[in-house]
Design a protein around this ligand. Structure first.
Ligand code: URA
Length: 234
């Protein structure tokens, strides 16, 4: 079993997922077909945690939520709330920038039928745990779905009983970080209207309110955020 220090791209800790990726690399030479790394600023205040790469999405493009339906509502919402420079994420080299935001997944390899097994979620948590430990600046975490919610708790070594997943729930964690929950923005959830655009936007309104009141976040649009970021870096 690889140690927690195994580089993500070389990880083969889950035999079923590693074999699935091997098959994918053979059958789809143009696909990324590796574990998918987080995307965005490692020092971002907002960390978004999804489930796992989609076969024709992140597993193809190499960027979370990019290339399949799951990213459509996510990136348009990130742009609307000032967290992305553009409303669409097309490919890993399209120049899109996230603003004070980072996106990662609970499970880094695409699982067959989009369903990671319990043991795979547990095994992969070493990566999310080290991302959380390495980014104390991530004061606000958005979990997209129950699996992501539980993975965040495991990554922070918190008991599941400390907070229950519910769409729109907001949990203040023992270290002061705030965990927001949303239904996952999957095609299934949006097409069945389990998750509507207004309900997803409401979660981001709550996140933005936290950023403004707790973290003095005053940026209102992607363009002002981008120019502010440029000024800060110069
Ligand atoms: N793509 C991802 O990267 N994560 C998800 O949870 C769904 C699609």
């Amino acid at each position: 079993m690889p140690s927690t220090l195994t580089p993500l791209l070389e990880c083969r800790a889950c035999p079923r997922l590693a074999a699935f990726l091997d098959d994918c690399r053979r059958e789809r030479p143009g696909y990324h077909a590796r574990p998918v790394e987080p995307f965005g600023d490692p020092k971002a205040t907002l960390l978004i945690v999804g489930l796992a790469p989609g076969y024709h999405g992140a597993n193809r493009s190499g960027r979370p939520f990019t290339g399949d339906y799951a990213g459509v509502l996510l990136y348009s919402t990130l742009h609307r709330f000032g967290f992305a420079s553009r409303p669409q994420s097309v490919s890993a080299d399209d120049g899109l920038q996230l603003i004070d935001c980072r996106i990662t997944n609970a499970v880094k390899c695409v699982p067959p039928e989009n369903k990671p097994e319990t043991g795979e979620i547990r095994t992969c948590n070493r990566f999310l745990a080290s991302e959380l430990a390495a980014s104390p600046e991530a004061r606000i975490i958005l979990a997209l779905g129950l699996v992501a919610h539980n993975a965040v708790l495991q990554g922070l070594t918190l008991q599941r009983s400390t907070c229950k997943f519910a769409h729109g729930a907001r949990h203040v964690l023992p270290d002061g970080r705030i965990l927001h929950d949303s239904y996952h923005c999957s095609r299934y959830n949006t097409q069945t209207r389990r998750l509507t655009e207004p309900a997803f936007h409401a979660v981001f309104e709550a996140i933005r309110a936290d950023l403004k009141t707790k973290f003095q976040w005053r940026l209102t649009s992607a363009s002002s955020a981008l120019s502010a970021a440029a000024v800060t870096k110069n």
